[in-house]
Design a binder for this molecule. Structure first.
Ligand SMILES: [Zn+2]
Length: 504
């Protein structure tokens, strides 16, 4: 039986986590109250026939039709005859698998201080995702004060039942490695969890290193993928201390507080743990050329090292922090140089980067621009669920940096495999969930706040002109987004039960 751990170490780690990441402030509030039972509303339509589009998967690209019954794809091919279902004319559109954002923050423990509440929750986050061609979101599930990993999972499952429209993968966030023995790890795997999130950036990481490594080994043995935040807390502490002592504590100096060496050393160590344990690791939000080179070398040696990057590192550089609105761009790690941006695009092209995750945090503009923030007190993360894949399509596919096939691999097939969901998710095939995103590949438009569904009230991408835009999104057979409108109410999103992580 699982025993709740409420010792000092647990709360120490949690404080470290809050200090180091700026996330989970609200999670410091009291544990989850028991709310109403999940309400699952909304029904897939009786059937759909998506006709005449260009179907693109990671393996294939052809003109054809997709027939949907209930939540599933039942037929794929050219010239399917209508059989009384709703016919969707997909002429001139790309029919893609529903996108998967493997990394977002849309939940918090109830009752936290107002100033640390995200503007987005699972409803507005789902709406933004669906409007951006995403049907599945991986959500970081952070334990609140006195909560175990299992308490937090139960809490977020309830939120999903009440609020989500997209399907949700819950990533258990491990703040106290002593919580998990082999039996608990097996319990997680049996309950359909295929990941565990580890923060090397928290100050207590080194203190409990032996236990973290033990958890990674056991995770690997049970088909669970360790998601690792690779930044070194000692380097951050020292660099921050020196800047503050020199009177440079404003966010203008943010990059200097987390120098590249801090990501490099942590990435090297994470790979060493992968090597020693044999457990697969997934480096979240990799930001620069050098850590990518290190990961690519490890991959070349046959180590199961998977890499996620993030839109802000593909589209912006550290000069942004010198602008008046610089604080809006604060994420962990910081933005890097133009050379790093090019290296990341090259990594997406050559396959050493496997996924793109938003690390979406729905802070409001006022929260991000709060003058009390400094390099010691952050609100990291940005809203970008809706913009992520249109930006990747426009800047990546349209500009010829990645192929359309690679695009589909990054947005759907790779995350589905790593999360143990393939081929239920991540492809267009008979028997797969009918998660489809219909894209107008030639539509050129300006990203405008009025079109965005996040409640954060700002976008780093406002004013960017993009080519390619999702026109319709179908989640498990239900049209949930069409021509600018959300067609579903909160509730029908599901917590996905995942199988073991699959290697790429
Ligand atoms: Zn994150």
């Amino acid at each position: 039986m699982f025993v709740r751990d409420t010792n000092t170490r647990s709360s120490l780690s949690r404080r470290d986590f809050v200090r180091a990441t700026g996330l989970g402030m609200a999670a410091l509030a009291a544990g989850a109250a028991r709310g109403p039972q999940p309400v699952f509303g909304g029904r897939p339509q009786d059937g759909l026939l998506v006709r005449g589009g260009t179907i693109v998967t990671a393996e294939d690209r052809f003109r054809g039709d997709v027939r949907v019954r209930g939540e599933k794809i039942v037929e794929v091919g050219p010239g399917l005859a209508p059989a009384g279902e709703r016919v969707i004319d997909a002429e001139g559109t790309l029919v893609l698998p529903g996108g998967i954002d493997p990394h977002a923050h849309l939940t918090q423990a109830e009752g936290g201080p107002e100033k640390y509440r995200f503007a987005d929750d699972l409803t507005s986050g789902s709406e933004a995702a669906l409007a951006g061609g995403i049907t599945t979101i991986g959500n970081m599930t952070v334990p609140g004060q006195g909560q175990t990993v299992f308490d937090a999972l139960e809490r977020d499952a309830r939120f999903v039942g009440e609020k989500a429209i997209a399907d949700i993968v819950l990533h258990p966030v491990l703040l106290d490695p002593s919580e998990l023995g082999l039996q608990q790890i097996r319990e997680l795997a049996d309950a359909g969890h295929t990941t565990i999130k580890i923060f090397m950036v928290i100050a207590s990481f080194d203190q409990y290193l032996r236990e973290y490594v033990r958890v990674m080994r056991m995770a690997g043995q049970t088909g669970i993928l360790s998601l690792v935040h690779c930044e070194d807390p000692a380097i951050i502490a020292e660099a921050t201390h020196r800047l503050v002592a020199a009177g440079k504590s404003s966010l203008r100096y943010y990059p200097g507080s987390r120098p590249l060496s801090c990501e490099v050393i942590a990435t090297q160590r994470a790979i060493a743990y992968c090597e020693i344990t044999g457990a697969p690791i997934y480096v979240v939000h990799l930001s620069a050329a050098e850590p990518l080179r290190i990961c690519r070398d490890a991959q070349g040696q046959g180590l199961p090292v998977y890499v996620e990057t993030r839109p802000i590192y593909l589209h912006f550089t550290e000069e942004q922090y010198e602008q008046a609105d610089g604080p809006l761009y604060v994420g962990q790690p910081p933005l890097r140089t133009p050379e790093d941006v090019e290296a990341l695009w090259a990594g997406m092209k050559d396959g050493s980067i496997h996924t793109l995750g938003t690390d979406h945090v729905g802070w409001s503009k006022a929260q991000k621009m709060d003058p009390s923030l400094s390099i010691e007190e952050l609100r990291p993360g940005v809203p970008n669920l809706q913009e992520m894949f249109p930006m990747l399509y426009s800047e990546g596919v349209v500009r010829g940096r990645i192929s359309l096939q690679r695009f589909v691999e990054i947005i759907a097939a790779n995350p589905a495999k790593l999360l143990g969901l393939y081929p239920r998710k991540g492809t267009i095939a008979v028997g797969s969930d009918a998660d489809l995103a219909l894209w107008n590949p030639d539509e050129t438009r300006k990203i405008e706040l009025a079109d965005l569904r996040s409640r954060s009230g700002f976008s780093l991408f406002e004013g960017w002109e993009v080519t390619g835009w999702p026109r319709m999104t179908i989640r498990r057979g239900a049209v949930v987004y069409e021509d600018g409108e959300i067609k579903a109410r909160p509730g029908p999103g599901q917590v996905l039960s995942c199988g073991p992580t699959q290697s790429l």
